[in-house]
Design a protein around this ligand. Structure first.
Ligand code: FAD
Ligand code: UDP
Length: 383
């Protein structure tokens, strides 16, 4: 029997789950407080320069998940894109992630791969057996000089705290390579949507069973009007922040234009702590198959998220996790609501992981409907 479902949020989570439910014959209402679909992946073509702008910060699609890659290619053409990041530190430009070029340039060497491995082991603090935090992880794997040039200042600016207070796992995402491969990611599939992410997500939502309402922010009371609600907003927001607010970092984008090519690459990081921004992104380089004279750039500043700011990066330190546990307990008391996506589960999720989790959640939910079982409040545990 056809049921009526509400998706709160027209980002990837709401769109992918909504599509699965609509294809199974159900009626799906999608609402979003913003004036566009796409959530934080939203892209918009700048009227003046023609550049495709990643409005809430740059998004590069990369995955090892063949089904997710096939899924996104069903709704949009993905063109080849390799993320090659540079960093400026103490007046010089280096290649990231740390690779043989970075090591040779930074230390004024001409090392071959095996020699570089031995050399870097000499830089590393091998007394650290089990790195307990971000700083120890860096000292153990790249040594103090590279850490201080590329990671210490950047991380202080990005997270607003000393790297010794951050988990080692944040740095584990970045590889160290002993060859000249400067691809920032090591996933099998990588690319950029030809017409932007918003076009792709609009196509996922384009189904006769789905209706989309924009510029409408909903609250908890609405749940009674639907058979089930999938909520991809902030978990604390659903409960009107009654236990307090979960901590996030937010970003300020100082947008500026340039006539020509400003920096010659999409992403230039700034490792020095006395440069107040973390990076500059030049959006036309995210679409290397296009050609534009004008350029749109973002200087990116990170700071603590206030009540009126957009929550970007969940902090997930001990205090936040304890508050999260209280919200999870409240959420488990809801009868017909599932919390999904990066804000609903208070986790940093790349787009491919978001899609994978949404596909799994939608399928499991349909299984529950078939079996007459209660749907899980969380398809993936937030803690
Ligand atoms: P969102 O995109 O946040 O969508 C949630 C939607 O819900 C929002 O549109 C919001 O307006 C709406 N909403 C919330 N509450 C309500 C309410 N009460 N009523 C109505 N609407 C509501 N991933 C990558 O794979 N590659 C990258 O390069 C990459 N770069 C990133 C850079 C930054 C700065 C950030 C923060 C994330 C990045 N990501 C990247 C991750 C990517 O943004 C997420 O995977 C994706 O946005 C998650 O989709 P979502 O639908 O869960 O959440
Ligand atoms: N990082 C750094 N210097 C850099 C790039 C990254 O110190 O030039 C650190 C920083 O703490 C960041 C983490 O490594 O949060 C992970 O990097 P990534 O590029 O994955 O950052 P994100 O996509 O989370 O902004």
């Amino acid at each position: 029997m056809s049921q009526k479902f509400l998706m709160v949020g027209a980002g990837l989570s709401g769109a992918v789950i909504g599509r699965l439910l609509a294809e199974a014959g159900h009626t799906v209402q999608v609402v979003d407080g913003r004036s566009h679909v796409g959530g934080n992946c939203h892209t918009e073509r700048d009227a003046k320069t023609g550049v495709m702008v990643h409005v809430y910060g740059p998004h590069i699609f990369h995955t090892d998940d063949a089904e997710v890659w096939e899924y996104v290619n069903r709704y949009e053409t993905f063109l080849p894109y390799k993320n090659r990041v540079k960093t400026t530190s103490r007046g010089a430009v280096y290649s990231l992630p740390v690779n043989l070029h970075t090591i040779n340039q930074f230390f004024g060497q001409t090392l071959r791969p095996d020699e570089a491995k031995v050399f870097l082991e000499g830089q590393a603090d091998t007394t650290i057996a089990e790195p307990a935090n971000f700083e120890e992880q860096a000292l153990r794997f790249v040594g103090r000089d590279l850490y201080e040039a590329f990671f210490k200042g950047y991380t202080l600016k990005q997270w607003g705290c000393d790297p010794t207070e951050l988990p080692a796992s944040i740095l584990k995402r970045l590889p160290v390579r002993f060859n000249y491969d400067d691809n920032y990611f090591f996933h099998k599939f990588q690319g950029m949507p030809e017409n932007g992410y918003t076009a792709m997500i609009a196509r996922i939502l384009d189904h006769p069973g789905i209706s989309v309402t924009l510029e409408k922010t909903v609250s908890r009371e609405i749940a009674g009007e639907y058979d089930h609600v999938f909520y991809s907003g902030p978990i604390d927001g659903w409960f009107d922040y009654r236990l307090g607010r979960l901590g996030y970092r937010t970003l300020d984008f100082d947008r500026f234009e340039y006539d020509g090519d400003y920096q010659g690459c999409a992403v230039m990081n700034y490792g020095d702590v006395d440069v107040p921004f973390t990076r500059i992104t030049e959006h036309k380089h995210f679409s290397p198959w296009e050609s534009h004279q004008g350029s749109v750039l973002y200087r990116e500043f990170s700071r603590e998220c206030g009540p009126d700011d957009i929550p970007y990066y969940p902090i997930r330190q001990v205090a936040e996790k304890s508050l999260l546990a209280d919200y999870v307990a409240l959420a488990e008391g809801e009868t017909n609501v599932s919390f999904v996506g990066r804000l609903g589960t208070y986790r940093y999720l790349d787009m491919d992981v978001t899609i994978r989790e949404a596909l799994d959640a939608g399928r499991r939910f349909l299984g529950c409907l078939q079996d007459g079982a209660k749907a899980p409040t969380f398809f993936v545990q937030p803690l």
